[in-house]
Design a protein around this ligand. Sequence first.
Ligand SMILES: [Zn+2]
Length: 284
Amino acid sequence: MRTRLRVFFVCLLFAAVNATRVAAQQCTIVPKAANLGETLRLTCTGDVASAKWNDRTIHLFPQSDGKKFGLMPVSVKDAPGPDTIEFLSSQGAKFDSEKFTVRATRFPSENVRLSADIEALRSTPEEIKLLTDFRNGVSELRFWQDPLAPPVDGCVTSPFGVKRLHNGKPTGEFHGGIDQRTPAGEPIRAIADGKIVYAQKFNVLGNAVGIDHGQGLGSMYLHMSKLEVTPGSSVKKGDVLGYAGSTGRSTGPHLHWVLYANGVNVNAAQWVKLAACPRPPKTK
Ligand SMILES: [Zn+2]
């Protein structure tokens, strides 16, 4: 009898410990382990306004289900290892902290052959300012919903994160987007609802479109032959933005597109299903 009683008390105690743990965890990080270039989805219940990881602070926005939600980017240049995200209230007080892991991620190198005139293309200060403002802009309204749609059907010729060499010389830059095989003239479509921030010709990017999808998500589409949208207009997922081409710093018709999470280039392959192009057979 006495043994049975003791077992009962022990069980009660476990239940109490578990209940406190569930109540204390008010914010979640998904996924708990991410590769470099992936995006963490942060969800909280309660008075949470922002999340801080090292020197990166992002906004969490109220959602239709009453929860708070934000996108924490893991950049290509972040340090792998275990880490912690701090969640802050609207008053800036610490609300919660949750652990996650940045996985060591290897990116291959790739040499790109560029002709002298194409390599000489440079962005103007006005272009750089426009692109920087776009990247850093965060609007409160959320236009995007899961799932995002790939902008074209073509296979991936160059994935995100590849270390880039130009004519054999390391550039110190990584491939900040995804290249998909796209014949000239093929329509390029919006990956999600949003607002067109720019649709114009740039020296390096060629004819390019930038879309603000709201609450920290942005996308950009480059090298188009022709543009179909104008700045300030709204687009729906799947709307035609323009047609594939090879304008700007490009070696042939393809689509280079970029996904931004709160100003950081992230790997769109985490968001949409993309197939790699078959490798050409090795020749001697
Ligand atoms: Zn590219």
